[in-house]
Design a protein around this ligand. Structure first.
Ligand code: FE2
Length: 288
């Protein structure tokens, strides 16, 4: 188990739509997570806005365009562009989804789950090793996604699949706590058992978010306040894991900044409670 001198750093996913609000409230965050694809292809204004954050607050990176589950190696130019962007933004941590977003020549414009088979594991390991060889300066992490369907040919569980690929490639786990709650609800399993199945010392980054119900299905929409159930699971995660960062993801209803501030405060409450229990001296108080 690693030993941190302080509790997890809390921040939000940077969204250009609330750039001014984010800057005005920068002291409320320990770090910001930028979407590296937005920096690469989001246009000059967004690129400059992201670049302006360097030196003001620590940054980490999350990607949406890698498609690590595609059955061919990732595009080398794309990876080289990410490596250069991470260098320019002084970022050392880069995470992506354990998912499929494209097949050769076609962008599917969605995060799709992967069949959890030995064959897919082999391909993903090849792909991740290629990513790491092209971006050697950054730590690379893989995130558990939420999914709306599953494949009958899967031969292993979600945690087994994620653990195996991360272990074989030296990747850390970006644990999306809301995705665990969503999947556990939709596929009828115990979210705490899923957390228990992960190697605690490899859970180095965390995502939090809030969604809604459509009939009996829970949707991961990043549009609502973080539910208490997800905060409670974060509390459980922090009893066994010592992540370096916890990031709130909000992608819809961004104008509801009071909800974002309240979510950050609620996350800090959970972190602070666990940090006190672990004897950290400089656990930050909740945001006012
Ligand atoms: Fe996430």
């Amino acid at each position: 188990m690693r030993n941190f001198e302080q509790s997890a750093q809390v921040g939000i996913g940077y969204r250009n739509e609330i750039h001014d609000w984010t800057l005005a409230n920068l002291a409320s965050f320990d770090l910001l997570e930028i979407t590296i694809d937005h920096y690469l292809v989001g246009g000059t204004a967004r690129r400059e806005a992201i670049a302006s954050l360097v030196g003001q607050i620590p940054l980490i990176a999350h990607g949406i365009g890698l498609s690590v589950g595609t059955a061919v190696l990732p595009d080398q130019t794309y990876l080289d562009n990410i490596a250069r962007a991470l260098d320019e933004l002084e970022i050392e941590w880069y995470s992506e989804h354990l998912a499929l977003t494209k097949v050769p020549g076609i962008d599917l414009a969605n995060l799709l789950p992967l069949p959890r088979t030995e064959e897919v594991v082999e391909q993903v390991i090849k792909n991740v090793n290629f990513v790491r060889s092209r971006i050697p300066a950054a730590r690379f992490g893989l995130e558990n996604i939420s999914y709306m369907f599953d494949y009958p040919e899967s031969t292993m569980g979600e945690a087994e699949f994620l653990n195996l690929i991360c272990r074989e490639t030296g990747s850390y786990i970006m644990l999306d706590v809301e995705n665990v709650v969503v999947n556990a609800r939709n596929y009828h399993y115990d979210p705490r058992s899923f957390v228990d199945s992960l190697p605690a010392d490899q859970v180095l980054e965390i995502h939090m978010a809030g969604g809604f119900f459509f009939e009996q299905t829970r949707i991961d929409s990043h549009s609502q306040p973080v539910p208490q159930e997800t905060l409670d699971l974060l509390d459980y995660v922090l009893q066994v894991c010592e992540p370096r960062s916890i990031v709130l993801e909000r992608d819809d209803r961004l104008g509801a900044v009071d909800e974002i501030a309240a979510d950050v405060s609620a996350i800090r409450d959970v972190v602070g409670k666990e940090a006190v229990g672990k004897g950290y001296e400089n656990a930050k108080p909740a945001v006012a």
